[in-house]
Ligand binder design. Sequence first.
Ligand code: ITT
Length: 195
Amino acid sequence: MKICCATGNPGKLREFQLAGRLLGIDIEPLADIKAIPPPEETGATFEENARLKAVCYSAFAPGPIFADDSGLEVDALGGAPGVYSARYAGEHASDAANNQLLLDRLASAASRAARFVCVIAVAEKGIVTATFRGTVEGEILHAARGPAGFGYDPLFFYPPLNASFGELDDHVKFGISHRGNALRAMLQYLSHGRR
Ligand code: ITT
């Protein structure tokens, strides 16, 4: 099986390609994605933004492609940063700036419960054929832990493994993560016929 992945985020691409190798699926990056103007992420939900990305990028691929919209929802912040996760501290903000803002906003919060959410949309020639949602529950730490992953991983503590996502190898993270859960649902759908 072969499918094209449309993301400009190297951390996401690394996880998807690792998963492809582990599962025996050929997940290829969309060629020259950096030369394609990304769609404006105007959706209010992960689903809407995943659809926008998949439709936009499918015009540049001969077959099916998938795109992911993902982020962190923090209960004490009413679900923020949510769809604004990549730009929480401003357009083109660094991971470090986003993480610092999150710590500042949570300084006096009673609850630090949070989840990562990932929605994958599959599209072909401008039409979305399916979407898949994956989540993982955790807590926001008071300080970063671990060098691995990307984005908010060093602040996301996963109680069942007593570790932050920044302390997990990519393949361990993918086994439990929002992105892993969404991708596994997509692969099941693609290999068992379309709904
Ligand atoms: P593409 O749209 O090109 O795929 P992007 O980084 O702009 O790349 P999103 O709009 O989906 O993607 O934003 C996702 C952000 O959410 C990402 O930049 C991180 O800040 C955060 N995020 C999502 N998944 C994450 C993960 O597995 N670990 C840590 N942070 C994550």
